[in-house]
Design a protein around this ligand. Structure first.
Ligand SMILES: [Zn+2]
Length: 48
């Protein structure tokens, strides 16, 4: 019984979406953009 409780706690925290990835934002328009985007889909600003 004790083990199952720890399992569910582990799953609960594991499913928390926070801090999975830091949000990447466009430095130009400050919108959240996909992590692998090479340019901003909103303002077309290129990154690196
Ligand atoms: Zn942008």
């Amino acid at each position: 019984m004790g083990k199952e409780i720890f399992d569910s706690i582990d799953r609960f925290f594991g499913e928390e979406p926070m801090n999975k990835h830091e949000d990447r934002r466009c430095p130009n328009c400050r919108r959240i953009i996909p992590e692998d985007a090479r340019y901003c889909p909103y303002c077309q600003k290129k990154f690196w």
